[in-house]
Design a protein around this ligand. Structure first.
Ligand SMILES: Cc1cc2nc3c(=O)[nH]c(=O)nc-3n(C[C@H](O)[C@H](O)[C@H](O)COP(=O)(O)OP(=O)(O)OC[C@H]3O[C@@H](n4cnc5c(N)ncnc54)[C@H](O)[C@@H]3O)c2cc1C
Length: 526
């Protein structure tokens, strides 16, 4: 029987990050990935010859720079391109708001809607700089006990920040800053991404903070493209982990965690192979880990009930396409093209709330909001010469549809996406060569994200920091000795951030060092 120090279930980006850190410290590490490619929700595939599509996650910026450096990811092919313009937001009346990389141009754009907001905007950017000074250090550490967390905010005299981020809706938060509805809607999207919440849902201000904690080549609050596609990030992570000594087996699903004397001691693969390890790290969400991988009699019925109540609500759908050319946006009047940035369809706060209303009652939004990327416009390696890719992240798409199923409804959802796009880019249909709709059910089936929730569990304040995934289970250790959670279901949550994988690896190293076994080297650092 094979024996390792650590076996990691799932080669999503967090599993790979954990593997990199463990292997680098000299831990004999094995990653078992069910699919034939690693990366989980962070992959690039070629559904149509020559078109590289970011099937699920599509925009880079959340990955912590410390991880890029520690795992030497640049050496293994990790590169990014900053979106420029940062964001283009067309409106139905033919106007638009463009966020440029230079402040002067952005302020001129905002002033088209409100001079007062243009004057306030630099203070808003500065507010986030200060907020990130506080939030960023919390990302690469296990979540602090609540009194400590509160004390950290209070000692700096920023109770107001604490209140705003954790209790306000993104609409209330933005109302405190701006008057222009267009500007607020453009900014609000980052408070809604991935969540079955509307802009008026309390707690969405924190979701905004989570998505503002980006950094790209040293530039904070920036988003961009992973050169060659998001899959290049996880390919680089896999190569790094292997370079440091980890073994990665693709096409090897895990059926069950093996238990002995109440302790996790390895796994059994779907093919029936038994693999022994001193510790098991699960890169799956808490529901999938505890309800599917752990044998049924290990946790108490009370614990299982708590796991079942962990909320993992799908809200998002992807519409991916191959294009014969870039479609024009009627509202574009800037220099260059808008396609090298993020294009947002979010015309007003009411539009966003109404889109959510549909999702709330089990319907796909008749007028969804969208975050659209044409990566090939900035990175020609994504499509055959002269052709282009388009990926649309679309909300709201509830996991459970009322009166129909996703398998039946997908063509209609695709039609709604195209009708919505046509209002801003009328020739879109003529540019379309191929398209695919990835529903929340597809996301669950293929990647294993429970409920199709893109973050391995909702990111509202009731499920973050010490509450993630459950009260008492927040530090990567679980009630089962030897079993750890190392992915987005744990603090600080979802996005291609790598932080849960990093943090879990540190906790595992601590435990392995505390109880060295006779036949293994004590983890050090290479
Ligand atoms: C549609 C969509 C769009 C997104 N957009 C963005 C974005 O633009 N930017 C961003 O930063 N984030 C985005 N996200 C979020 C981000 O991609 C995820 O939060 C992140 O990738 C989660 O990584 P993970 O390693 O924690 O887990 P996962 O990616 O869920 O990895 C889990 C892995 O476990 C494997 N697995 C499952 N069951 C088994 C088993 N039994 N045995 C072995 N292996 C198994 C899966 O195949 C998978 O590889 C998006 C997610 C989705 C779904």
């Amino acid at each position: 029987m094979d024996r390792y120090d650590a076996v990691i279930v799932g080669g999503g980006h967090n599993g790979l990050v954990a593997a990199g850190y463990l292997a680098k410290a000299g831990v004999r590490t094995l990653v078992l990935e069910r699919r034939n490619l690693v990366g989980g929700a962070c992959v690039t595939e070629e559904p149509w010859p020559g078109f590289r599509i970011n099937t699920y996650s599509y925009v880079a910026g959340m990955l912590r720079p410390e991880i890029i450096d520690d795992l030497e990811l640049r050496r293994f092919g990790f590169r990014t391109l900053v979106c420029s313009p940062a964001e283009f937001c067309p409106f139905p009346d033919g106007r638009s708001l463009c966020f440029w990389r230079d402040d002067e141009s952005t302020l001129r754009e905002i002033a088209k809607f409100s001079r007062r907001d243009a004057a306030t905007y630099p203070k808003y950017v500065e507010y986030w700089e200060r907020t990130l000074d506080i939030l960023e250090p919390l990302l690469l550490l296990p979540p602090a006990p609540l009194p400590e967390l509160l004390a950290q905010f209070q000692s700096q005299g920023i109770d107001e920040l604490l209140r705003d981020l954790f209790l306000l809706s993104v609409e209330e938060f933005l109302d405190g800053w701006f008057e222009s509805d267009q500007l607020k809607a453009s900014l609000a999207i980052n408070g809604l991404i991935g969540e079955m919440c509307g802009p008026r849902t309390p707690g969405t201000a924190y979701v905004l903070a989570h998505h503002n904690a980006t950094i790209l080549d040293g530039e904070r609050q920036a988003w961009g493209f992973a050169e060659g596609g998001m899959g290049r990030i996880t390919e680089a992570m896999a190569r790094a982990a292997e370079y440091f000594g980890a073994t990665i087996r693709r096409g090897t699903g895990v059926r069950q965690v093996r238990m002995r004397d109440g302790r996790a001691v390895g796994v059994e693969t779907e093919a029936g192979e038994a693999i022994e390890a001193r510790v098991v790290l699960s890169g799956l969400d808490v529901r999938r880990t505890m309800l599917k991988l752990v044998p049924p009699d290990v946790l108490s019925s009370g614990e299982l009930e708590r796991v079942r109540r962990f909320r993992s609500d799908g809200a998002s759908l992807k519409f991916n396409a191959a294009l014969n050319r870039l479609p024009n946006f009627t509202a574009w009047n800037g220099p260059g093209i808008p396609h090298t940035g993020e294009v947002e369809i979010a015309p007003s706060m009411e539009y966003l709330e109404r889109a959510y209303d549909a999702g709330k009652y089990g319907r796909f939004s008749e007028h969804p909001y969208m975050d659209i990327l044409f990566q090939s416009a900035a990175d020609p390696s994504m499509a055959p010469p002269g052709k282009h890719t388009m990926t649309c992240f679309v909300q709201y798409a509830p996991y459970k549809l009322r009166g129909t199923t996703w398998d039946d409804f997908k063509p209609e959802a695709g039609e709604i996406v195209l009708q919505t796009l046509e209002q801003y880019a009328p020739e879109i249909r003529n540019t379309l060569e191929h398209s695919q709709v990835i529903s929340p059910v597809d996301i669950e089936r293929t990647v294993g994200l429970s409920g199709g929730n893109i973050f391995q569990g909702n990111m509202t304040p009731d499920q973050i920091f010490r509450f993630r995934p459950l009260i008492g289970w927040s530090g990567y250790r679980t009630p089962i000795p030897g079993l750890y959670l190392c992915a987005a279901t744990a603090h600080p949550g979802g996005g291609v951030m790598g932080a849960p994988g990093h943090n879990a690896a540190q906790v595992v190293l601590e435990d392995l060092r505390a109880s060295p076994s006779a036949d293994s080297t004590t983890p050090g650092s290479r």
